[in-house]
Design a binder for this molecule. Structure first.
Ligand SMILES: CC(C)(COP(=O)(O)OP(=O)(O)OC[C@H]1O[C@@H](n2cnc3c(N)ncnc32)[C@H](O)[C@@H]1OP(=O)(O)O)[C@@H](O)C(=O)NCCC(=O)NCCS
Length: 196
């Protein structure tokens, strides 16, 4: 049976075979700035609504500095860097946010930059964080959304146990085309059953 011996204020380092998840460090900001300008990532995370916008994105390092320098002080969310164990470089981030204490639910999101993709890192990072979440935090359920034009992300979430629950039809517009948002969820009981 899982314990709930930590809170969202705790910022652990979680070590896997391919990746290590760790709290934000000051030197991460320029690396994240480069990752967040990747056009494919900007399209798949709906940070842009057209190819032109995705390709012209520039990140404001001052704004990113302000954001990332305050992540470790947050008590209602968990933001961890994804480090590629092969290179020692930060390649992305994983986040548990939108913590609802009354319902014991939160949201999950992940992003991996071009240097880290398609080598199993996103899958392991997701599993590490979800295992931490249900082992140590008082969560009943984790939510997420993934756009229908992102089957790689949907597959990654399904491998971690998330189940498709529905769709927000035509929720996004990209290059003038309408795209559904797929709603996925993972319950504590399902996570426990998958481990037993
Ligand atoms: C989505 C993301 C986290 C996945 O991480 P990753 O390290 O690239 O992916 P992995 O190598 O761990 O696994 C990808 C899985 O999807 C599968 N896959 C890849 N492309 C696919 C496609 N077009 N259709 C279906 N499955 C696909 C792979 O085969 C693999 O599954 P398998 O292990 O069963 O073979 C990462 O690619 C990413 O951050 N992309 C950009 C931003 C993004 O999409 N974020 C998520 C927003 S919801």
């Amino acid at each position: 049976m899982a314990t709930t011996d930590r809170t969202f204020a705790d910022k652990p380092t979680l070590t896997g075979t391919l990746v290590t998840l760790r709290p934000v460090e000051p030197d991460d900001v320029p690396v994240l700035g480069r990752i967040l300008t990747d056009p494919e990532l900007r399209r798949l995370t709906a940070s842009a609504h057209s190819t032109a916008e995705a390709e012209s994105g520039e990140e404001d390092l001052t704004r990113l500095q302000a954001w990332y320098s305050t992540r470790n002080a947050q008590t209602d969310r968990l933001d961890l860097m994804v480090v590629d164990n092969a290179s020692g470089e930060v390649v992305g981030e994983v986040v548990l946010n939108e913590w609802d204490e009354a319902s014991r639910t939160c949201n999950y999101r992940v992003l991996i930059g071009p240097a880290g993709r398609d080598r199993g890192l996103g899958t392991e990072a997701t599993r590490l964080l979800i295992d931490h979440a249900f082992t140590h935090l008082p969560l009943h359920r984790i939510d997420l959304e993934v756009y229908a034009f992102n089957p790689r992300a949907q597959r990654t979430y399904e491998k971690a146990g998330f189940v498709v629950e529905g769709r927000r039809r035509e929720a996004l517009q990209f290059d003038g085309e309408r795209v559904d948002a797929v709603i996925m969820g993972l319950l504590r009981q399902e996570w426990e059953e998958a481990r037993s």
